[in-house]
Design a protein around this ligand. Structure first.
Ligand SMILES: *Cc1c(COP(=O)(O)O)cnc(C)c1O
Length: 393
């Protein structure tokens, strides 16, 4: 693998390991374990396994290693650890490095399960958590203190698509010695430059754009080698959140086409956002890549694209939102994103149902809000589908 490769080449060839058969497509090493030539070799490997020496699939596996090396090269990270799901990545990345008495500052606008880990799990073990409005740098500054170990945020928040300035938050966090952990799902690995902008750890749910075809759960933690191998790997290998070899193979094949898919999806998102501007039934059309978004300049400076998701706010509230969802003919009602199939979600009653009403209001999760993940269909058909459904809303 060459450091000089551009992203598209890395996505096709990065991390490849060929067996003695010299197969073209990456092999699935569907094995839990590995045979040693001798008792002495087994002893030596348990003492210290080399980069291409494997012991047990919970610790590592050749297909999983191919995926880790490919995504690390793409992200510009020294190393990566692949996990069973995006949430295994978030919980592993945080729990592996935190201990009782540590302090975490996190943006309030988070995926529900991320919020659960921070508020319900970490606090149970004596970690103190302060939540801030992620777009307000003064709040980040005010919340930091000498014992702050981690700053955690989603670079684009779900579902209201607020963009957090990675470089600015990293500067504030690094001033007190905190580690910057970014859940970068909405930015996608295609548009991310988070490491260069100051993130120490970047996390993806591979379930989203990396698979991109709705088949498997997966996740990945990216960072410096001492953190990945010295902190994350021991935690993950003893707690059991490893990615399966079959999933790693799906994700490797997903990476091959990811750049083409995600760029096409982002183009469609912009087309749809543009087509819906000023629609009489919509109070807001939110897309970070559109000039109407208050953070368009930051978004384009940070990642050159607004991503693949937009949000619509129907003026007439939840009943109108439900009529809209039920009238869609191409776009399906579900809760994944980044998929080849366009997906509509009503966050207030599904992904964010658990939040208290006042927190929903605070986060802008209104009854009329619909999240749209744009897929690979022809954008003209998607615009027509949305417009006919809005007519019926
Ligand atoms: C989906 C998602 C996760 C969780 O990923 P899973 O693969 O579903 O476990 C975490 N963070 C964000 C921002 C997500 O969109």
């Amino acid at each position: 693998m060459s450091k000089d490769w551009n992203k598209r080449t890395t996505l096709v060839h990065g991390g490849i390991r060929r067996s003695q058969y010299n197969e073209v497509s990456e092999a699935i090493f569907l094995t839990q374990g590995f045979v040693y030539d001798s008792a002495e070799q087994a002893e030596a490997r348990f003492l210290k396994a080399g980069p291409d020496e494997f012991i047990y699939a919970r610790y590592g596996n050749p297909t999983v290693a191919m995926f880790e090396d490919r995504i690390a090269a793409l992200e510009g990270a020294e190393d990566a650890f692949a996990t069973a799901s995006g949430m295994a990545a978030v919980s592993g990345a945080l729990t592996a490095m935190l201990r009782a008495g540590d302090h975490v500052v996190a943006a309030r606008a988070l995926f529900g399960s991320c919020l659960y880990i921070l508020e319900e799990i970490l606090t149970r073990y004596g970690v103190e958590v302060t939540l801030v409005d992620g777009t307000d740098l003064d709040q980040w500054r005010a919340a930091m203190r000498p014992g702050t170990r981690v700053a955690f945020f989603e670079s684009i928040s779900n579902p209201t698509l607020e963009v957090i300035d990675i470089a600015a938050v990293a500067e504030i966090a690094h001033a007190v010695g905190a580690t910057v952990v970014v859940d970068n799902v909405f930015a996608t690995p295609v548009f991310s430059r988070a490491m260069a902008q100051g993130a120490d750890v970047v996390i993806y749910s591979a379930t989203k754009h990396i698979d991109g075809q709705g088949r498997a759960l997966g996740g990945v933690i990216l960072g410096r080698r001492d953190y990945i191998r010295g902190v994350v790997e021991p935690y993950m290998k003893h707690t059991g959140g490893a990615m399966s070899p079959f999933t790693a193979w799906i994700m490797l094949k997903g990476l091959e086409t990811m750049d083409l898919r995600v760029r096409a999806q982002a183009q469609t998102a912009l087309t749809v956002a543009e087509a819906l501007q000023g629609h009489p039934k919509l109070a807001r059309v939110i897309y970070p890549g559109h000039p109407s978004h208050p953070q368009q300049a930051l978004t384009l400076a940070q990642m050159d694209s607004g991503g693949t998701v937009i949000a619509l706010d129907l003026k007439a509230g939840q009943e109108a939102a439900f009529r809209f969802l039920n009238a869609l003919e191409i776009i399906i009602i579900s809760n994944n994103l980044g998929d080849a199939k366009s997906i509509a979600t009503h966050p207030a009653t599904t992904t964010h149902q658990r939040l208290p009403a006042e927190q929903k209001v605070h986060l802008g999760i209104t009854p009329g809000l619909v999240r749209l993940s744009l897929g690979l269909e022809d954008s003209r058909d998607l615009v027509a589908d949305i417009l006919q459904a809005l007519d019926k809303a």
